[in-house]
Design a protein around this ligand. Structure first.
Ligand code: GCU
Length: 608
């Protein structure tokens, strides 16, 4: 596994330290863009013939690429031997996973080479150009006109490369080797209960910027206040020590600052009587950041989130998180979700359930989710795919996980809807594991100390008393929430057991149930003791919700899960057929009985 190099800018820097070659460009949809989305020619390369020579040496080992598909080479004449040709190769849609686009690629795990050609008319003196990827699962080697731009690891985070000096006005060849092979040392590792969709799964964009531009910015309430706005702006370019302005036109507020030699500018803006963001009032304020020839606009909500004893406080008031878990898939299309329309469909389903909160499991979803959640008034839990049995003692694995967390925070730190950074899911208790996760907690707090930090922890059963559930995971020491997944009535006993269990929870913190539920095949009706019937699933919900209400400090939950989703681990013929069917909504968009059970519970909760 290649070493991931991290170099932090100054300690007060904004989140998201660029690795070699990568550039952070936040708020990308507000930039001057050219979309490269569309049909890209692809070469499916199971033996990585385009990357390794017959001695299995990578062609891009040296600075000058010695061969392979990255060169996008056309034979000079009839005599030249070239055994690939993007122009005559099939195409796949970008954004999009390859698994749901071509039945032959449904189970495919390996390399697929993508190539698009684009013109790059000059953008004016001193201007710069970048190529930006919303995400590529899992590993992406990016080449432009036969030059290697870099390699990005991690299937769910954005990355960009500067191409200013590498483009020609016409016929640029952008080639990306995307490989989704699972690795034990990867993040996630080899075992997940979700489909390993491969490909260029999100937008690919050309971004044009002035020589010195606003790479990232942070706008939020100054910690501990509701009447002071804190702003930080990170410039990228030769002319860093320049004037920067942050303004809120509708609030008649603004601040002038001067960036330091690292290009970092910061200010505090007194802001009395601010309208704060909440699910009931998802107030967003227009903000404009300008520096030299660059200006960026965004819409941000301002709010505080904290815990006090066993309560979660939003803007200082106790809040109950009426949630549901969501995977980033479009159930009807059966592939990775990526668009605003996909996000609206998923969040619309959560709204219909009566939710004010969603858990975006188990990896960073596309940027549209949190942006739309800002507008729709839905709070979010965002997570990095430290899932099940990661290689806890592998330094590269830790660096990879830290990078994914930093990239997520850099992208979504201005989203008022994002309340929780989660650093893991159902990871087995051990000293190396807790040390690994603690490092991620420290990283998250260093990059953004204003949100709650948590993880989906494990529950254990008292060996002496099978009805006693114990939550004493040592990692709970470091989190703001005591959150855990609980599957009594499905993986542990039958629904009637739910009524009889009792809890021993070590931590005096808000208790959040990050998963519960059971499977049901939509349309299969039977008595409530028949597995996979809608009645069984509904019974699990009907019994679990009142049971949870009895737990002191119960502050919310995200039942597993809004929609059925594809999983390579769910293989019961005629029932699961490659789908995890714990959804409250089926793959056809049909509601199951449990949907109404949860909706009624949330309606009551909302009226309390
Ligand atoms: C686990 C896990 C999920 C999984 C779910 C299930 O708790 O976190 O990713 O899909 O349970 O078993 O359905």
């Amino acid at each position: 596994m290649k070493k991931v190099l991290l170099c932090l800018l100054s300690s007060l820097a904004l989140a998201g330290a660029p690795v070699r070659g990568e550039t952070v460009i936040a708020d990308v949809f507000a930039r001057q863009l050219t979309s490269l989305n569309g049909q890209w020619h692809v070469i499916v390369d199971p033996y990585d013939t385009g990357y390794f020579d017959y001695r299995h040496h990578p062609y891009d080992e040296a600075a000058r690429i010695s061969g392979g598909f990255a060169l996008d080479h056309q034979p000079a004449d009839k005599t030249e031997l070239v055994e690939y040709n993007f122009d005559t190769s099939p195409t796949l849609k970008v954004p999009g996973d390859w698994n749901s686009q071509d039945d032959k690629l449904f189970y495919y795990e390996g390399s697929v080479w993508y190539r698009v050609k684009f013109d790059a008319p000059p953008t004016g003196p001193g201007r710069r150009r970048f190529v930006y990827f919303g995400a590529a699962n899992y590993e992406a080697d990016v080449y432009l006109n036969g030059k290697k731009l870099g390699r990005h690891l991690g299937g769910f985070t954005p990355f960009a490369y500067e191409i200013t000096s590498l483009t020609s006005p016409k016929g640029n060849s952008l080639v990306v080797r995307v490989n989704n092979v699972r690795h034990a040392e990867g993040v996630p590792t080899v075992n997940t209960d979700w489909w390993n969709y491969g490909g260029l799964t999100r937008d690919v964009l050309l971004v044009d910027e002035p020589a010195t531009f606003i790479a990232n910015f942070l706008v939020r309430l100054k910690p501990g206040t509701t009447n002071t706005i804190e702003a930080r702006v990170q410039l990228d370019g030769p002319d860093r020590e320049q004037a920067v302005k942050v303004s809120f036109p509708s609030l008649h507020l603004a601040a002038e600052m001067t960036a330091d030699r690292d290009g970092l500018a910061q200010a505090e803006i007194p802001a009395p009587n601010l309208a704060l963001w909440s699910p009931e009032h998802p107030v967003l304020h227009d903000v404009e950041i300008s520096a030299g020839a660059d200006d960026v606009k965004d819409r941000v909500g301002l709010r505080t989130i904290a815990t006090s004893g066993r309560d979660i406080l939003l803007n200082g008031r106790k809040v109950f998180l009426r949630g549901v878990a969501i995977h980033e898939v479009n159930p009807l299309r059966g592939g990775r979700a990526w668009s605003e329309a996909d996000a609206r469909q998923l969040l619309g389903g959560a709204k219909e359930l009566g939710c004010n909160f969603v858990r975006l499991a188990h990896y960073p979803h596309n940027e549209h989710m949190a942006r739309l959640a800002d507008e729709m008034g839905i709070m979010c839990w965002e997570e990095v795919p430290v899932y099940w049995t990661i290689e806890w003692t592998n330094a590269d694995t830790l660096a990879n996980a830290k990078k994914q967390l930093a990239d997520l925070i850099a992208r979504d730190q201005n989203r008022a809807s994002v309340m929780v950074w989660s650093v893991a899911n159902e990871t087995p208790v051990s000293e190396p594991r807790t040390k690994f996760l603690k490092t991620l907690v420290d990283e998250a707090r260093a990059l953004d100390g204003t949100r709650l930090i948590s993880a989906a922890m494990e529950v254990r059963t008292d060996p002496q008393d099978p009805l006693r559930k114990i939550v004493d995971d040592p990692f709970g020491e470091y989190t703001d929430l005591c959150s855990f997944n609980e599957y009594t009535g499905w993986y542990d006993g039958l629904p009637e057991k739910i009524d009889r269990i009792h809890w021993s929870i070590k931590y005096d913190k808000p208790v959040f149930i990050s998963e519960f539920g059971g499977s049901a095949k939509q349309g299969f009706h039977a008595d409530a003791l028949t597995r996979f019937s809608e009645e069984f699933q509904a019974d699990v919900y009907r019994r679990t919700l009142p049971m949870l209400e009895k737990i002191p400090g119960f502050s919310g939950c995200t039942p597993w899960i809004l929609c059925d989703f594809r999983s390579p681990k769910r293989l019961l013929p005629g029932v699961q057929d490659g789908w995890n069917i714990k959804g409250l909504v089926s793959r056809e968009g049909k509601k199951k009985l449990a949907f109404a059970v949860l909706k009624n519970f949330y309606t009551e909760k909302a009226n309390q």
